[in-house]
Structure formats: structure tokens, C-alpha cells
Design a protein around this ligand. Sequence first.
Ligand code: AMP
Length: 308
Amino acid sequence: MSLLVVGTMAFDALETPFGKVDRVIGGSATYVAWSASYFTQPIRQVSIIGGDFPTTEIDALKKRGVTFEGVEVVKEGKSFFWSGRYHMDMNTRDSLITELNVLADFNPQLPESYQDCEFLMLGNLVPAIQMNVINQLRKRPKLIVLDTMNFWMETAMDDLKKAIGMVDVLLVNDSEARQLTGEYSLPKAAMKIQEMGPKFLIIKKGEHGALLFHDRSVFYAPALPLDEVFDPTGAGDTFAGGFMGHLAKTKDISFENMKTAIIYGSAMASFCVEKFGPQRLQELSEQDIQERMQSFVDLVNFDIDLVG
Ligand code: AMP
């Protein structure tokens, strides 16, 4: 029984108000895998990379229990490349370049060993590929979570809606929830999205935390106010990894347990933004994570006597 992660493994060029890097490891599946590896192993990775993807990075992930049988290597090809520039608020960014490279011809073939997956995390990727992976699984996983972004709403909305109709949890940020539904009110957007298929919706709000919707219920997880925020890239994927990792570890997909899972997701995301790329996620200890969770508990814990 395991967690299956699908997404990009990439090179990123990033510019934030605090610095610039021309080529750092990135990709949705890279961040998800690093983050989830602190909760559950093995992680069955599905992605595609070019011959330029460093073996040191592959080896580091393998050491964290990430399996590469489902990662296609195109020796003479180039890995997916994305470049983004963050605005001063660090919550909004412009995608400057999206070069699909080897991703353009990606047609994943799930290895037999991946058929045992109980939890499926569809990281941000071409919606047709996300659906293709669901369709290859002979047994439906216990939980399917899908992450996406505005790029796919603009280039593949029909496919994206079909993919959303096949999953249990949708993960988007606030502007994407509005773009997808045409609703400004997030509770109204949440109702519309639930009508599209997913029974649960998580709306990420960057430094303002995340909301979990289910039926008419809503739960809020704050983001930790941090001294240093260098690079928000991958925070959403890292959140997804912590969320899914906790659910896969506990095997409990109740709304109550999802509340705990979004706090774990937020804790992992708070580490991610402290350094460029996935660097900070590569050096964590169990104790770091527990201490960060305690900071979240302290942030929102208060006693109040309600009279009347
Ligand atoms: P996040 O900041 O969580 O949205 O994730 C950023 C990561 O997603 C970067 O490392 C990029 O390589 C990757 N990425 C950017 N655009 C796309 C896209 N259109 N599809 C899949 N992955 C992408």
C-alpha cells in the first residue's frame, strides 16, 4: 500500500524581491515527494525528465523512499522548465516561461508495482495525463487529490473539468477557484466545485493560510507568520505533500483527520519558503516538524468562555 505521486520534475528560474536563481530543481512532483517522504514511504513517483536532470537529486529522493520505476528518462531530451517572477507581496507571481520539453510527449505507463496504490496525488500537470493515470489504475485508490493551476485553465479547461470530475479532493488557490467557477465568494465557489465532483475542496491563500470545504462545513488553517520568506515556489506542492502524507500515514480520510492534515501541510509549506527551491525540505528532522506543528497550535489556541 502506498502513495502514488504524479507531476513535473523540472528546472526553475526564479526571481523574488530577495534574490534570483537561474536554475534550481523544481517541479510539482519533486516538492510533493520531498514533503510527503517525512510521513510515508515508499512514494511511487510518476514523471518524465531529460538527461539533464541531476543524478544527485534522483539519488537524494531515492534515499527518502521515492521509487523511480515510473519516471521516464529521455536521455537526449530536456526537462520541463518554468520561470516565474514574484511581486512584492510574494503571494502573486507571473509565469515568464513555461517550456514543456520532454513533457510535451509524456504518455506515462504505470509499472505493475504501482497498482497497489491507496492514495493518489495528482500534482500540477497536463489534465489529460492526470486522467490517464487514474484510468490505468485497476482498483480505484481510497483517495484521489488533484492540484492544478491557472495555466491549465487557460489552455485545457475542458480536460481539466473532466479530470476534476474524477477526484475526491481539489486543491487550488483563491484566484484559481474564482477563475474556475466565475464566483468571487469562496463559499459559493466551493459549492460549485463540489457540484463538479470533488467532495472536498482546499483553497490555498498563501500567507493567509488555507480553507478546507466539505458540504457546508469549512475549516481554516492559518499560515505561520515567518521572519524570512525567500521563495514561495513549491509551497502549494509541499502543502499537498504534507496533507497527503499525513492521510496516507494514518489511512483515515475523514473530514476531522483532513483538518489535522491541512495543518501538517501548512507546517511543511512554512519550511519550503525559507530557502530557494526544495533545499529547506532536504534538511528537516522529525523534531523540526514537531516543533513547527507546536508553533501552529500555539498560534491559534485560545480559551474563551461563551456566555448565554
Ligand atoms: P507551486 O509554487 O506550488 O505552484 O509550484 C511551483 C512548481 O510547479 C515549480 O517548481 C514549477 O516547476 C512547477 N510548475 C510551474 N508551472 C507548471 C505547470 N504548468 N505544470 C506543472 N508544473 C508546473
